[in-house]
Ligand binder design. Structure first.
Ligand code: ARG
Ligand code: ZN
Length: 866
């Protein structure tokens, strides 16, 4: 069996369903190997659908036990059952009830889609198309139904039984079983269905909504881990409050449950009233979770909760519209986190991750529009482009129309589309209606793949006291121009030039909606430095040539924190790509002045200024012939130089931030102090590895929380020697019973930039805590290697590629979704220098030769090789 390129599903082929399902009654009997699902589906022909169509219900890996229609049997000649579903050739052309009994094996379900069992807990994952692995169904998001779910299980095995909506009834069944009934009054698509059954502990509290509804909010975790669930529960409450305040959205059920499970393909899932989480994004105590973990938990709890409106109350008509819920909800969770923490610091973090993940995706073979127009496997489209670029589009829309109009448009969107399955057009229509504006040109952002380039150049005329700025947009695909909001200002020797005027700029923003434009600033008293794309007002690559001196003026004087940070990044990037000792000294001096002036006033920001562009970012800035070793060496040299030049200051920072004995708190200010102190440690070590190893060892011993302990371990891990091996061994032993901590330990070792790392990974694959069936373990060890160890993954001898390719092949038959995700690490292979390129192609072709590849892997592979 040879793997074919899987067929494409196209947006232009969208047709309404021929049938609708108004009501679903489920009776689910949980059993480790033979779960029985009885589904009663109240069907009727869709007035908008094809009146003569047969009834085709999707199915995947199901055993059909029984079927009847309005209480009578179905004639065998009328029914076809295939692996992809069942078809009724002559369905009634009036409302009818179909009763289906199916059987599945939750323990054997290694794909973690549909109903599965992990560490003894039954749970479900139905987005995008997992419900068809539970029963036969019209498994598409525009078919919305009211669900009542009865769950029955052994009481010992599953004392807790949870479903969507509100609990209505519970009780014993015979000697050792029991049941619970849940009813969800809100019509929903099948992808939002969920149940959980298991032995679980919980923490809970109540929240009163602005509408006066009392909601019982609970977070369920493995028994004994309840003390690790408090932060997540707190984040739930803060999310509920915030969505009322910021968007006027209240919660709409009597209960809101979050459940942490140990094996989960993605981060989390917004099932109605029953969010199911990867436990990595729930469990936190200071001894096991870092500041970054706390921030991620807060953000993902918020994200899934916010989906209750942006995703659940208003869902997507089809999967091409995925950004309608994901881009919008990422934007909402970013705003939430910005309000909870430091807005500029958070914005810099968002942009760093956009550049680390989305820019390379948009520049490589897996590029696609934020709203794709065709897909072979939808699970491969939960991408940085759909999520993060999707969020950037919403942010630009707000910049374009202003905060008040944006809020009015959101209200309108929710009001007009509540209870429906909507499209990107419906979203934009709400904003067009409230502003009276034509947003059709803006809508091109959804259609156009590739990161646009914004090229800029300026000319100062001292006699006329004018500054002329030329802006041009260069797109990666032909077509009419995009609408690019460019937030900007001019910066003089003493700071922002507030007296200058420019007719084309409103509230500090120029809207570039043509291929190019020329802006004339008047009353410009001295030659300015332009500060463009403030707060990263559009997801573009800025091409503006400034001298280091001009950039360092922005670092010192700009009012926009993002561009201050960006200026330091730009200087550093140039020094990585084109090393120059004299310029590096000047950079060090400017950083020194910056640190003296304000490091302690805003430590989180200072830590970001000290963090140089990553090796990945440097690679992404080169068009071809990327040599990861050269980039690594150049970046290392620059860091060493900065570490030496700044040493006294870094030591002062280290000393003045040394935490006393106060208790750990995950708040942003405390986290910022830890971040700066750990950045200082890492830079000291870059300049003087000997001293760095000694200091890091001390810090490792003295650490009172995982943030400091892990930072010290990460520093020491890049310095070969006894101290490193001792530290790694001790850490591994100390946390032998903590899988989520061992994941960090796996990741740190997988990202050591040394050839021996391959052997290390081979040894770690045999570690008792490692498991190929747990996605977190695989991502920690192999995903980190492929995504964050460029010199070893892209080794010229091909051994790094081979390591990842072998895991992809091994995983494909058990968990194709995770296998396909791992494979995306090859996305930039064509831009590598020749030897590495040849080696990558060979490995990709070896995967291709495997017979019977999953659609997930075949799709990524086909596009990567194209
Ligand atoms: N909707 C989830 C989220 O909030 C992601 C689920 C994706 N699952 C999948 N199998 N593709 O982001
Ligand atoms: Zn989401």
């Amino acid at each position: 069996m040879r793997t074919e390129t899987p067929p494409l599903i196209r947006l232009e082929d969208y047709r309404p369903s021929a049938f609708l399902i108004d009501r679903v009654d489920l009776d689910i009997r949980l059993d480790p190997h033979a779960a029985r699902i009885t589904a009663e589906l109240a069907l009727r022909p869709n007035p908008e659908g094809d009146a003569d169509a047969p009834l085709h219900l999707d199915g995947d890996d199901l055993t059909l036990v029984a079927i009847d229609l309005d209480g009578a049997g179905v004639a065998p000649g009328d029914l076809t059952v295939e692996p992809s579903g069942l078809t009724l050739r002559n369905p009634p052309r009036r409302p009818f009830v179909l009763r289906l009994v199916t059987q599945v094996d939750p323990t054997a379900n290694t794909k973690l889609m549909g109903l599965y069992r992990t560490d003894g807990v039954y749970c479900t994952q139905c987005e995008a198309d997992g419900f068809r692995r539970i029963t036969y169904f019209l498994d598409r998001p525009d078919v919305m139904s009211v669900y009542t779910t009865r769950i029955e299980a052994n009481r010992e095995e599953a004392p807790v039984l949870l479903g969507n909506g509100n609990p209505v009834e519970a009780g014993p069944v015979g000697e050792d079983r029991h049941y619970a009934v849940w009813h969800d009054p809100h019509p929903k698509p099948a992808y939002l269905f969920a149940i959980v059954g298991g032995r679980l502990g919980k923490v809970e509290t109540t929240f009163r909504t602005m509408e006066g509804r009392d909601v019982t909010c609970a977070v369920y975790v493995e028994p004994g881990r309840e003390d690790r669930a408090g932060y997540a529960l707190d984040a739930v409450i803060r999310s509920m409050e915030w969505d009322e305040r910021a968007f006027g959205r209240a919660y709409d059920l009597d209960v809101f449950n979050v459940v942490a499970v140990s094996a989960f393909n993605m981060g989390a899932m917004e099932n109605k009233g029953l969010n199911i989480f990867n436990d990595k994004y729930v469990l936190a105590v200071p001894d096991t979770a870092t500041d970054a973990d706390y921030a991620a938990i807060e953000a993902i709890i918020a994200h899934e909760y916010f989906h209750n409106w942006s995703g659940n109350r208003v869902t997507c008509r089809d999967w091409f519209q995925l950004c309608l819920k994901e881009g919008l909800t990422v934007f909402r969770d970013q705003e939430f986190s910005s309000d909870m923490r430091s807005r500029p610091v958070h914005r810099i973090g968002e942009v760093r991750s956009l550049r680390a993940r989305q820019f390379p995706e948009d520049a490589g073979p897996l590029k696609h529009p934020v709203r794709p127009n065709a897909y072979a496997e939808i699970n491969n489209f939960y991408t940085a482009t759909v999520y993060d670029k999707g969020a950037e589009i919403v942010r630009m829309l707000r910049t374009l129309i202003g905060g008040a109009a944006f809020r009015a448009g959101m209200d309108r969107y929710f009001a007009d589309n509540d209870g429906t399955a909507a499209t990107v057009e419906d979203f934009l229509a709400a904003f067009a209606t409230v502003t009276g504006r034509d947003l059709s040109a803006f809508a091109r952002w959804y259609e156009r793949p590739g990161t646009p380039k914004l090229s800029a150049s300026g000319r100062y005329d001292p006699a006329a006291r004018t500054y002329t700025l030329r802006l041009a947009q260069i797109l990666t695909v032909e077509g009419p121009p995009l609408v690019i909001p460019v937030a900007l200002g001019l910066v003089g020797a003493k700071g922002p030039m507030t007296d200058v005027t420019c007719a084309a700029v409103t509230d500090g923003v120029f809207i570039l909606d043509r291929d190019e434009a020329e802006l004339v600033f008047e009353n410009v008293a001295e030659e300015p430095v332009p500060s463009l794309l403030r707060d990263f007002s559009a997801p573009v690559r800025l091409d503006l040539s400034l001298t280091d001196e001009q950039r360092l003026r922005l670092l010192a004087r700009d009012s926009d924190p993002f561009n201050r940070w960006q200026a330091a990044q730009d200087v550093a990037m140039r020094l990585i790509l084109d090393p120059d000792p004299a310029r590096a000294e000047a950079f060090a001096e400017a950083l020194g002045t910056f640190l003296d002036g304000e490091a302690l006033a805003d430590p989180a920001f200072a830590a970001l200024v000290l963090a140089l562009p990553t090796e990945g970012e440097a690679a992404d800035s080169l068009p071809s012939d990327v040599d990861p070793d050269a980039i690594h060496q150049a970046r290392r040299d620059l860091r060493a130089r900065l570490g030496r030049a700044l040493r006294p200051r870094l030591e002062r920072i280290d000393a003045s931030l040394s935490s006393g004995k106060e208790a750990y708190s995950p708040d942003a200010a405390s986290a910022g102090r830890r971040a700066l102190r750990n950045a200082a440690l890492d830079l000291i070590a870059a300049g003087d590895p000997q001293a760095g190893a000694a200091l890091a060892t001390q810090r490792l011993d003295a650490a009172t929380n995982m943030t400091d302990r892990l930072a010290a371990l990460a520093t020491i891990a890049q310095i070969p020697g006894e101290a490193r091996e001792a530290a790694l061994t001790a850490f591994g032993e100390r946390y032998a019973q903590e899988p989520l901590v061992l994941d960090k330990w796996f990741a740190i070792q997988a990202t050591i930039a040394e050839p021996e790392t391959l052997d290390r990974i081979a040894r770690l694959k045999a570690h008792p805590a490692f498991s190929m069936t747990n996605p977190n373990r695989v991502r920690a060890l192999v995903g980190s290697f492929s995504m964050a160890n460029p010199t070893q993954f892209a080794r010229a001898d091909g051994a790094g590629f081979a390591l990842v390719a072998d895991v992809v092949k091994a995983l494909d038959s058990t968990n194709p979704q995770v296998a396909a995700r791992l494979l995306t690490a090859f996305g930039s292979w064509r831009r590598l220098e020749k030897n590495r390129r040849v080696a990558a192609a060979e490995m990709l072709n070896r995967i291709k030769a495997v017979p019977g590849l999953s659609r997930d892997v075949a799709d990524i592979l086909g596009r990567t090789l194209k």
